[in-house]
Design a protein around this ligand. Structure first.
Ligand SMILES: *[C@@H]1O[C@H](CO)[C@@H](O)[C@H](O)[C@H]1NC(C)=O
Length: 444
């Protein structure tokens, strides 16, 4: 469901009165997560580093921020500005002074859930061990940036399923871990994580970069020097606006401003709408509304559908190649990407064909119609994701496949039992993966 909040423009003038506070201030705990690794995902960690500074600038205490990011970008061999990360072309270094609590192998879906549930014992001897210690009077802000698919968010080698995230949010609510909980989620199909799943939870408000059926977009893509994108469109929109604001505005006002700038996907709101009147920060004085603008306008910068970023840069590199040997190399690389993507597309079709026993109409129905997810289907969906990961290849390590996951989700919405679909996955994976080196397989 796409939610357009035009009606709320009329009531946005009413101030937030349910309880005191601001989104970003000394009573706020924040968890910032970049769920990816690798140079082509530069933008996710850049967004998180930027958020770290923006939050502190607006009054959040550094000791109440928990940062989860792989940390393979600043020192990456492909980084032309070693030791730094930027979030816009020629922008300032956002990597400096960021305290990273969990990096490398500690960046997992399970650890993330333990951290937000305040499970100190569970995080002993992992990273900094820091977990949420918020109480009933605090605001908790969670910002997650990465790839996503129907009902799932990606971590470097694990998946976070919507059902598990919602269970954790329920736990947090039951153990009085917040007065208000606000989540900003940047990922493809991020709306599918929350649509219909948090309506029962008071004081939880979610903003997602994209509706349940669309990609989110990488922005500030640089094919000259860096060969990657510096930011994601929705993330840079909310942060750049926040940075510029001198006088606070409510979450609804912010939504209203950034939804029109997020031109490639539909920013969604879910949950308890009364939190939309919450002010973002404590204004120092009522002066000019804005600090000075950044020098460049984002209109000059092209974005790329985040699912197509590796393809985009492989094409650009081939265009730029001059030496015959290099041209051959770049051509091979581009062909390999196209080929592995085609293989994955085919694999899913074959699984659906096996599952539907050649019933073309049912197969087409599964491939083209997106069902709305529900909590009851996750046990089946879990089984299918596990079977696919075991018998075909890792989903979080080959994020391209996430665009097809809604087809597996469709199966579980229509059929409670996973038995037949798991058997289809096993049969097809066994056959298809035989021909290629499974351990060597990688889709960019
Ligand atoms: C929350 O605030 C209320 C009212 O000021 C206070 O009575 C209560 O002790 C606070 N709770 C915690 C855990 O600090």
């Amino acid at each position: 469901m796409r939610v357009y909040l035009s009606i709320l423009c009329f009531v946005a003038a009413v101030s937030y009165a349910a309880s005191e506070g601001v989104l970003f201030g000394p009573n706020t705990w924040a968890v910032l997560v970049a769920g990816s690794n690798g140079w082509w995902n530069y933008r996710h960690q850049a967004d998180v580093c930027h958020a770290y500074h923006s939050l502190i600038e607006k009054g959040v205490l550094p000791e109440k921020i928990i940062t989860i990011m792989y940390d393979d970008i600043a020192q990456n061999s492909q980084n032309p500005k070693k030791g730094t990360i930027i979030n816009r072309p020629d922008g300032p270094d956002v990597y400096h002074d960021v305290v990273i609590d969990y990096s490398g192998k500690a960046v997992t879906a399970k650890n993330f859930l333990k951290i937000i549930e305040g499970d100190e014992v569970g995080m002993e001897n992992i990273g900094s061990g820091k977990v949420l210690k918020s109480n009933e009077n605090d605001t908790v802000f969670i910002n997650f940036v990465d790839h996503g698919g129907a009902g799932v968010l990606g971590f470097p080698s694990t998946l976070l399923k919507a059902a598990d995230l919602i269970a954790s949010l329920n736990k947090m609510s039951k153990s009085n871990m917040f007065d208000k909980l606000i989540l900003f989620i940047e990922a493809c199909e991020s709306g599918s994580i929350f649509d219909g799943f948090i309506d029962h939870l008071p004081n939880v408000f979610v903003s997602t970069a994209a509706a349940g059926d669309e990609s989110s977009w990488g922005w500030y893509c640089d094919d000259k020097k860096f060969g990657t994108c510096f930011g994601d469109l929705y993330s840079i929109n909310w942060m750049e606006r926040l940075d510029k604001l001198k006088t606070s505005e409510s979450l609804f006002d912010n939504y209203n401003a950034i939804r029109t700038k997020t031109t490639k996907s539909h920013v969604q709101l879910y949950g308890d709408y009364k939190l939309g009147f919450l002010q973002q920060f404590e204004s120092a004085e009522a002066e000019d509304e804005y600090l000075e603008e950044y020098p460049e306008s984002q209109k000059e910068h092209k974005g790329v559908d985040s699912r197509d970023i590796p393809l985009y840069f492989a094409r650009k590199e081939l265009e730029a190649a001059k030496e015959p040997a290099n041209i051959i190399l770049k051509k091979e690389r581009l062909e390999k990407i196209i080929e592995s993507r085609g293989f994955a597309d085919n694999l899913i079709s074959k699984i659906l064909k096996e599952y539907t026993e050649g019933d073309v109409v049912s197969q087409q129905d599964l491939e083209t119609k997106r069902s709305k997810l529900n909590m009851d289907m996750f046990s089946c969906y879990d089984d299918l994701l596990t079977a696919f990961g075991t018998d075909c290849f890792s989903i979080p390590e080959n994020t391209y496949i996430m665009k097809h996951l809604y087809k597996l989700a469709n199966i579980c919405v229509r059929d409670e039992s996973s038995v037949k679909a798991v058997a289809a996955i096993q049969t097809v994976c066994l056959e298809e993966m035989q021909a290629i080196n499974r351990l060597d397989f990688h889709i960019e």
